[in-house]
Structures are given as structure tokens and as C-alpha cells.
Design a binder for this molecule. Structure first.
Ligand code: ATP
Length: 527
């Protein structure tokens, strides 16, 4: 091995002699001994090992992660449990044991146990912070004298999965019992709730990291209260409905015809007036407010949404695919390409309108032409996913039109203003929502050189700098307000790549298990 001239041997020799590898092997050996032993033996050996690792990390390059690891290893606080002081008796008791944490794995500590001494120091009459200080100053082995709770609560908790409908940052929450034990999460993330014993603080893990120990999250009731307080403390905004002054119009055809293997295939649902109408509704905050009072503050209604894993049965109808994105990002371009790639598999829903049918049009091809009265009846009976007015006529996408496509065994792909998502999220349609996100402005400057906008007034207009900026701002607002509903986010940078990602996301939605609201599966009642 010592022959440095042999290729690679020198490197191997240095590697095997390195202190970090030796420490790693030592840790591995210890962990092997602990495996299967319950309670986990917290021995002097473990403390010695801890000290060695701290020493070793001192020599390592000081990255943020290393510093954090050293801080954790050096602080001998009551890991994996929180304590509280009884208001009347003044007793210091274990408030909760964190699932999967050190205290839980030791099997020695239970919620309700009374703390009498820490390292020989009586804790009677002390505040919890003072007890934590004693712990922080302790070196080596920490000895607790406890009076165990007389009746240990039998846990009959069932694990619950929820989708977070709001963001939560424990370090910014002064009310959390122990910020270090908090679990930060972002809206849309799926959480596994493992303990709901406390009315205010639940314990949860992220499904993306189930091996981690649980953290504290505010209970449903508490988070709702926090959101309400936060909302009232904000300056008035006519709700964050998205405002856009851009009017993008399809720059190619009024009716879409695509050649597939030499065939001419008509594709409905891309008409200029329909799209202008939708854009117009974006600029009109009041019409949106009137249409979606509940969805705008939906997060206030339910901070967590119970979810279950759902896999569509091949015999079931396909899930509705909804694309959302800021005006001009390429939602229609991507949708059109997807449908054109296989019109027998994918289809759009034919919109309804109150405008007069033109001589070359066919009822049920470009639009369903209906009277104003019929249209309004559809709106009142909640049969419209979204609708709006353009040049005095009503345009909209109905649930019936979507149902027709799904009944044909096809995958229905529609684009929707995000305010319409709540209406579409039903047990029947089980929509899979894909957010089309713009790439950075500098990238779009390159990729959108040949892209064209047609506004109400100008045809074939190039993207201006402010259009790109507005697209980015609008996307941020959409994510901030509706991000919790997005099943998938696709950045539309390179058109071919984004198209390929869309195709595979659409197939995943139909063929692979996904998290969906429990109410879609567990109940026969709508939604
Ligand atoms: N990744 C891309 N690279 C280059 N050009 C693109 C890309 N995506 C879309 N475009 C072009 O950008 C323009 C606007 O796209 P599109 O009409 O699909 O926008 P949209 O999001 O549907 O807007 P609206 O909802 O207002 O109709 C079109 O000319 C389209 O071909």
C-alpha cells in the first residue's frame, strides 16, 4: 500500500488513514450496536463519540451546514422534548416528546413526567427557561430525576396527511413553545401529522423527508387564527386578485387547424375573443371579486386540506388537466402543441358564447351558441368553470363541455384563470393543475425574440421589456396566492423541453398515484 508509485494506491492509503473516515466507521460501528436495542443506550461512549465528531468538525472547512451541525452537537439541551411549568403547582413537566427525536427513541421520557432535578440541581420553582439554561451549561452526561406520570396516555392517533394551504416559519412565530422544534413549511407541501394531542401544537413531518424527526406545527384552529390576525394587520388591498394590463391574443389563426399525418384536424377552444374576454376579466378586479369571494380568501377557510394518495383506475374517466399561468407565458402554445401531438387522446372543451354565429361557423365546433338567458342560467346553476364579457357578449367554459370530452375517453386540457381553480376542484373532475411559469427575464429576452402578442388593437406585436416584467410579477402573485393548488410547475423556457415536460406530467397525472383532497375519495358527496 505504501508504494506511492502505483496508480491510485497512494490516494487509497491517504483515504483510509483520514480521520474523518475513521470517525465515520466508528459512528457506523456504534450505530450497529444500537440497532434493535430499545431503549437506545445513551452511554458514555456516545458522549465521547460526540466530542470526537465536534473536534473533527473543527478541522473541516467551515460551511454553514458544518457550523449548524457543531452547534447542534455541542448544545446538550433536552433534545426531542419540550417542557412547561404548571400554572398552579409550578411543577416543571415534560410538555411533549417529539416523535422520532432522541427522547422518543430512548423510550425513557413521556409527556406529563415531572422533572425534579437536572444534574443534581432541583428545578422546583424555576422557570422553564432557567431549566434550559442549566441544560445548556451542562457538560457530558446529563442526569434527570423524574417522577413518571402515573397513567401513561395510550396513543390512539391515526396518521393524517394534509396539504399546507399557507406558509409557516417557526423562527418568526413568537408564540411557538420551542422555535428549534418547529417545522417550517411552504404552501402546497404535503405533511404527515403524527400527533394531534395538543389542541394548539401538532407534530408533523414532510412526506418528502419521512426519515426526519417530527416538528411542531400550529394546529388547524391555531393557524386559522394566526392567518386571520395576519390578514387584518395588512393594509387593505382589493384582495390579491391578479391584475394585468396586457392583452395577449392568439397571433395565428382564429380557428385552429392542425395537420396530423396529413389530416386536417380542427381544434376548438383557442378563439381570439374567448381569450381576450378572459384577459379582460383579469384587468377587472371587481368582476373577479363578485365571482370568487370565497376563493380569494380560501386559505383563511382551511389552513390544512386533508389529502390521500389516489391512483386513477384505468377504467375511470381521465382527470381534467388545467393549465394556469400569466398572460403571454405560453399556456396556449403549450396546450395547442399537446393537443396537436395527438388529438385522439387530448382535447379542449368547446366554450359557450352569446354572440351570433358567423356563416362559416358550426354550432358545437368553434362555440356552443346560446342565448343570454341560457348562459346566465348556466352561471346561476354553477355550471360555468369561468366566464366573462367581451364587447357585450358573454363567453365561458362550462362543466358540461369538459364532461363531454371526458365521456369520450379523452384527456381534457383547458386553461383557466387561477380564480376558477376552486370551482373546478371537484370529486367529479379531479383536476390536476399545472402552473406554467415564465423563465427569468434575461432568458425570455432571448427565447421570446420571435414571439408575438396580438392585443385588442395591434396584431403581431413584439414582447416589450415591460411585458416581460409584468409577466414575471403576475407569476409571482399567482404563486403567492394560488401556489397551494399547483400539482406541478413547468418553467416555459425552451418550448420543446416545456412541451415534453407537459406531456409527461399529463400522463403521470393519469397513471401514477398523486395526493388529492380526501373529500374527493372518501365521500360520495360533492365536491
Ligand atoms: N418557450 C417559448 N419560447 C418562445 N416563444 C414562446 C414560448 N412559449 C410561448 N411562446 C410564444 O409566445 C407568444 C405567447 O404565447 P401564448 O399565446 O401561448 O400565450 P398565453 O400564455 O396563452 O397568453 P394568453 O393567455 O394571453 O393567450 C406566442 O407567440 C408563442 O408562440
Amino acid at each position: 500500500l505504501c508504494k506511492r508509485d502505483v496508480n491510485g494506491v497512494g490516494m487509497l492509503y491517504d483515504l483510509l488513514r483520514s480521520r474523518w473516515l475513521q470517525a465515520l466507521l466508528k459512528i457506523y460501528e456504534c450505530l450497529q450496536q444500537y440497532l434493535g436495542k430499545r431503549p437506545v443506550p445513551v452511554t458514555l461512549q456516545a458522549h465521547a463519540l460526540n466530542r470526537e465528531v465536534v473536534e473533527l468538525l473543527r478541522e473541516a472547512p467551515q460551511s454553514g451546514e458544518i457550523k449548524e451541525l457543531r452547534r447542534l452537537l455541542r448544545a446538550p439541551h433536552l433534545k426531542g422534548a419540550t417542557i412547561k411549568r404548571h400554572e398552579i403547582t409550578g411543577d416543571i413537566t415534560v410538555a411533549r416528546v417529539i416523535h422520532g427525536g432522541l427522547a422518543d427513541r430512548s423510550g425513557l421520557l413521556y409527556a406529563g413526567d415531572k422533572l425534579v432535578e437536572v444534574n443534581g440541581v432541583p428545578v422546583e420553582g424555576l422557570e422553564p427557561e432557567q431549566v434550559i439554561n442549566i441544560l445548556a451549561l451542562s457538560q457530558g452526561t446529563i442526569m434527570f430525576k423524574l417522577i413518571p406520570i402515573s397513567v401513561r396516555p395510550v396513543s390512539n392517533q391515526t396518521t393524517l396527511y394534509v396539504r399546507a394551504m399557507a406558509d409557516y416559519w417557526p423562527l418568526q412565530d413568537p408564540a411557538i413553545p420551542c422555535a428549534d422544534a418547529g417545522l417550517p413549511f411552504k404552501k402546497g407541501e404535503i405533511l404527515q401529522i403524527v400527533d394531534q394531542n395538543d389542541a394548539f401544537w401538532w407534530q408533523a413531518r414532510k412526506v418528502s423527508d419521512l426519515s426526519a424527526c417530527a416538528g411542531l406545527i400550529p394546529s388547524n384552529h391555531l393557524l386559522k387564527r394566526k392567518q386571520r390576525e395576519f390578514w387584518w394587520s395588512q393594509p387593505f388591498q382589493p384582495h390579491l386578485c391578479l391584475k394585468s394590463s396586457m392583452l395577449f391574443v392568439l397571433c395565428i389563426l382564429e380557428e385552429e387547424e392542425f395537420g396530423e399525418f396529413g389530416q386536417r384536424v380542427f381544434i376548438a377552444g383557442f378563439r381570439r375573443s374567448m381569450r381576450l374576454c378572459r384577459r379582460k376579466s383579469q384587468t377587472n378586479q371587481h368582476s373577479c371579486h363578485a365571482r370568487c369571494p370565497s376563493s380569494c380568501y380560501s386559505a383563511l377557510a382551511a389552513p390544512y386540506e386533508e389529502v390521500v394518495r389516489y391512483q386513477r383506475h384505468p377504467a375511470d374517466r381521465n382527470r381534467l388537466i388545467i393549465l394556469v399561468g400569466p398572460a403571454g407565458v405560453g399556456v396556449n402554445e403549450l396546450r395547442r402543441r399537446l393537443i396537436a401531438s395527438n388529438p385522439r387522446e387530448f382535447s379542449s372543451a368547446i366554450p359557450h358564447t352569446t354572440r351570433v354565429q358567423k356563416s362559416y361557423e358550426m354550432n358545437g365546433r368553434e362555440y356552443h351558441y346560446v342565448s343570454k338567458e341560457t348562459f346566465e342560467n348556466m352561471v346561476y346553476s354553477h355550471r360555468m368553470l369561468e366566464y366573462g364579457e367581451y364587447k357585450g357578449y358573454l363567453y365561458g367554459t362550462s362543466i358540461d363541455a369538459v364532461r363531454t370530452v371526458l365521456d369520450e375517453g379523452k384527456i381534457c386540457v383547458i386553461d383557466l384563470e387561477p380564480q376558477g381553480i376552486q370551482v373546478a376542484r371537484t370529486h367529479e373532475l379531479k383536476p390536476y393543475i399545472i402552473f406554467i411559469k415564465p423563465s427569468s427575464i434575461s432568458c425570455m429576452r432571448q427565447t421570446r425574440k420571435n414571439a408575438r402578442i396580438i392585443t385588442d388593437y395591434y396584431v403581431n406585436m413584439k414582447f416589450k421589456e415591460e411585458d416581460l416584467q409584468e409577466m414575471e410579477d403576475s407569476a409571482k402573485k399567482m404563486e403567492a396566492q394560488f401556489g397551494q393548488f399547483f400539482d406541478q410547475v413547468i418553467v416555459n423556457d425552451n418550448l420543446q423541453e416545456a412541451s415534453a415536460q407537459l406531456l409527461s406530467a399529463v400522463h403521470r397525472a393519469q397513471d401514477e398515484p398523486q395526493w388529492v383532497p380526501a373529500i374527493w375519495i372518501c365521500s360520495n358527496t360533492q365536491p
